[in-house]
Design a binder for this molecule. Structure first.
Ligand code: PAF
Length: 291
């Protein structure tokens, strides 16, 4: 497995890999991450490995997508362990730039996707999605992958990136992949490491409420405000849970389902999305429903 830390190095390594295989047409499957890899990332790497001639991973904690009071400096990092996960999952090349390799100059150009970013994490974390779409655009331009793999735990991020690549004609196929959960239901996240034992136990209320939501959706028909209220009440049964948002959205447009006439929702997907703090840790989870 090769490691490249600069843009010229990674570009040369991709060319070299294609040449060495005698296959200039080999597809590149790319998994962009911020590191501290878990089984969710590993599942993306395995899919990229199985569907492409070349499997690539990037690890870059992108300062542009963190707000001033967020966890950029304490975001968990473990390069050695990440490289072992990459090796174990058949990665050919890891791009591991530092901030100066990605942003050698003050950033004057940003990529911003309108509307899809207005609500949910876009509202709670101003500027977050501009940071994500800017770094993902840069990574796509540097690596020029054929396919890029993203976990649906960040469902709004997937909607934003799909829209950005469509609007800008970026020649890459976005492959959304299912959420990976612990056996007790907790969605895997690099941030789970911040949780105390009690916070982790109470955080199970997120996946539980998404499971219960299936029945509530059936009982309440199109009355999504009642479903939202039932979910909020269930989450509040955990004393440590501090709700940031509970929303029911049309997906992938990320418009509130309550405000849409039912004719506009038919045949589309509903996203129930949750963001809840346990102590200093903000967790997100979601579930998609076909309606
Ligand atoms: O999902 C993430 O880990 C990040 O938002 C991404 C897509 C790697 C961009 O920094």
């Amino acid at each position: 497995m090769q490691i490249a830390r600069t843009v010229p190095e990674v570009r040369a390594a991709i060319q070299e890999l294609k040449k060495r295989r005698g296959d200039e047409e080999a597809t590149v499957g790319f998994v962009p991450t911020m590191g501290y890899l878990h089984e969710g990332h590993a599942s993306l790497l395995r899919k990229a490995r199985s569907e492409n001639g070349i499997a690539m991973l990037s690890i870059f904690v992108n300062p542009l997508q963190f707000g001033p009071n967020e966890d950029f400096s304490r975001y968990p990092r473990d390069e050695e362990r990440d490289l072992q996960v990459a090796r174990d999952n058949g990665v050919d090349l890891v791009f591991l730039p530092d901030v100066s390799a990605m942003y050698p100059k003050t950033v004057k150009t940003k990529v911003a996707v309108a509307e899809v970013t207005d609500l949910l994490c876009g509202a709670s974390r101003p500027g977050h999605f501009d940071g994500v779409s800017t770094v993902v655009t840069k990574l796509f331009n540097i690596i020029q992958p054929d396919r890029a793999y993203f976990g649906m735990k960040d469902a709004q991020q997937v909607a934003v990136i799909e829209r950005m690549t469509e609007d800008l004609n970026v020649p890459v196929q976005i492959v959304p992949c299912p959420i990976v959960r612990e056996s007790d239901g907790l969605a895997l996240s690099s941030r789970n490491v911040y949780l105390s034992g009690e916070e982790r136990r109470q955080a199970l209320v997120l996946s539980q409420s998404l499971q219960l939501a299936e029945g509530w959706l059936a009982e309440c028909g199109g009355d999504y405000r009642s479903v939202k209220a039932l979910i909020e009440a269930h989450i509040r049964t955990s004393p440590l849970a501090d709700i940031d948002y509970v929303e029911i959205m049309d997906y992938p447009s990320i418009r509130p389902a309550y405000d849409l006439p039912s004719t506009e929702l038919e045949g589309t997907r509903l996203l129930i999305a949750l963001a809840v703090r346990f102590g200093r840790t903000r967790l997100i989870d979601n579930r998609l429903f076909q309606i």
